[in-house]
Write a protein that binds this ligand. Sequence first.
Ligand code: GLY
Length: 333
Amino acid sequence: MKRRNFIQNTALGSLGVVAGTKAIAGTHEQAKSSSAESQLDKPYKLPLVIATWNVPNATEAAYEVLKNGGSSLDAVEQGCRVEEANAEGQSVGIGGLPDRDGNVTLDACIMNPQGDYGAVVYLQNIKHPISVARKVMEETPHVLMAGSGAEKFAVSQGFPRENLLTEASEKAWKQWLVEAQYKPIINIENHDTIGMLTIDKNGDIAGGCTTSGLAYKMAGRVGDSPIIGSGLFIDNEIGGATATGLGEEVLKTVGSFLIVELMRQGRSPQQACEEAIGRIVSKNKNYKDFQVGYIAVNKKGEVGYYSIHEGFSATCYAEGKNENFPSDFFNKS
Ligand code: GLY
């Protein structure tokens, strides 16, 4: 496809997103239609885990670490690993939908309460990019490693090379190749990037974000998830935020950093998420064609979540309860 046509047809990747999200719909439980009472108006008692989408196994794994006195960093790594290892989830880790050349490429980042950050982009053949990101943070003088260098580093740290393209994802990709067509379709996803925020009993906050990125993306494309301030940001004095959805739009507005800075200025996590979505919507007349969702938490244990379209949800595990909450959203038309 010629570059001009590609750009016209994508308005960016509504394309990839659509193809991917269509394929992944149904691979995870739909958000429950809130029997659980949302707790946006009062703080949770710590410890607390909140994650994008309906991922009760991931939040449970993270909460288990916190309950046993583990650190928020260990908790977030363990939680993210659950979805990375879930071969049925086609947007994270093994089983992720590939780029248009058939390669599964993973992006992830992690932040600790001290403000340290580690990330990998365009990582192939390694199932747990969140753990490689942690190794980058803890074992190298760098913060961000890419591609074959990141893969070599992972192998040197003892991570096995594995084929991440499952039969189901290969089949979906081959079906997509028949037309290889990109058309904006209003969001229908119920799962995408996993972003997770954890606070231990002392109030120390960590975060992680892991994804296989847009399905059928151009080879080499990297989204918001591994980029500090976009897919994830933690300031242990204030709170944390993380994103899911069309990474290009999150990157252009540095969404997670924006949310943390808005909380610093006094907004609640919910107000800050709504304002960050408002920033995207106000700058993009095509907002009806793509989804972005944010979750946030502040030092007090208050949480927020908000998206452009219906369908996004957040899972919170706190006070002994692991609950999924459908998110409020901007586009009510
Ligand atoms: N938010 C995931 C991505 O755009 O890659």
